[in-house]
Write a protein that binds this ligand. Structure first.
Ligand code: NDP
Ligand code: OXD
Length: 306
């Protein structure tokens, strides 16, 4: 069995060692132009030349949950695309989003500023019922996030493409349910995959449907958000603030208005990192299952885009 590794911006050696430990008999190497076609590939944003050369490969294992970058390329016909299925990302996403919601709800930024100014000042406690949180996307990550928020007794709404029942969450689905979902939410958490249907979904019209004083947390992809529309709604006061982990251009370009915006909190695409050992274990388990002719979870439907 041959496994090739083609991941932009990723140190290859530890991945090769981990995969080799799982499959001692396999030929495992970093892809080089002109290399023979492998059985499986471990990829992140591979060059088009790699995909063009690997005609006949059985499966491409993406070392992230989002496959938008891969699906934008021309894929070898018949190759299955497999996304990471949690692999340690769901708990990271839950802690990131809960931290952001609680920081906003409890006004910790304002407390920090007043304490730094030497002021021992109380703020009027807010009511959880006044901060319904809407989670867009109830997949592997979104469902975990929604349940974690519900543990803190926030009212939680969830929106997905197909109808879904999740304990403790008020669910909405499809285009028909979208406006009601937005109108029922004051904080909006985006955990959708980036597809032709969801690109630019966070825009002036949709964000304006949130309850006044809304707060946006975008942890999915930068291209979900129309950046100027966010700025306009912050200026108008309809939105109170935003926490953004992902951007249309990454790294965020110097001089971008988000950098110094007083009501936007930024992190550098780090809300849920790919954990190498968990990911290798998951990918190795799936390769072994495919070798045995068994079905695996996490196969992407290219027509659906996720
Ligand atoms: P999943 O594929 O498991 O879940 C996707 C969810 O979105 C599903 O509930 C799906 O609905 C819903 N959905 C898809 N399209 C639509 C639509 N048009 N309208 C309404 N709902 C829709 O993905 P994950 O939870 O694993 O990951 C979500 C995204 O998070 C990734 O695609 C990636 O972009 C991002 N991500 C970001 C990271 C970061 O560090 N910032 C790290 C990891 C992931 P249904 O249930 O009906 O299929
Ligand atoms: C992912 C990511 O999709 O890291 O996994 O963004």
């Amino acid at each position: 069995m041959k496994i090739t590794f083609c991941c932009t911006d990723t140190k290859a050696e530890p991945w090769l060692q981990g995969l080799q430990a799982a499959f001692p008999q396999a030929e495992i190497a970093v892809w080089q132009p002109g290399a023979p076609v492998a059985d499986y590939a471990v990829v992140w944003a591979p060059p088009q030349q790699f995909l063009d050369e690997q005609q006949g490969i059985q499966a491409l294992f993406n070392i992230g949950a989002g496959v938008d970058a891969l699906l934008q390329r021309r894929l070898p016909p018949g190759a299955r695309v497999v996304r990471l299925d949690d692999a340690g990302m769901a708990v990271q996403m839950a802690e990131y989003v809960c931290h952001a919601v609680i920081r906003h709800f409890r006004e910790f930024d304002q407390y920090e500023a007043s304490m730094r100014a030497g002021q021992w000042a109380y703020r009027k406690p807010r009511l959880r019922q006044d901060l319904p949180v809407g989670v867009m996307g109830l997949g592997v990550l979104g469902e975990r996030v929604a349940k974690a928020l519900a543990q803190f007794d926030f009212p939680v709404n969830g929106w997905s493409r197909s109808p879904k029942a999740v304990d403790g969450i008020r669910t909405f689905s499809g285009q028909d349910g979208f406006n009601d979902f937005l109108a029922a939410s004051r904080v909006l958490v985006n955990l959708l995959p980036l597809t032709p249907e969801t690109q630019d979904i966070l825009n002036r019209d949709t964000l304006a449907r949130l309850q006044p004083g809304g707060y946006l947390i975008n942890v999915a992809r930068g291209a979900h958000l129309v950046e100027d529309d966010l700025l306009a709604l912050l200026d108008s006061g309809h939105l109170a603030g935003a926490q953004l982990d992902v951007f249309r251009t990454e790294p965020l370009p110097a001089g971008h208005p988000f950098w110094n915006h007083p009501r936007i909190t930024l992190t550098p695409h780090t809300s849920a990192r790919t954990l190498r050992d968990e990911s290798i274990a998951q990918i190795a388990g799936k390769i072994a299952a495919l070798q045995r002719g068994e079905a695996i979870a996490g196969i992407v439907d290219p027509a659906r885009g996720y």
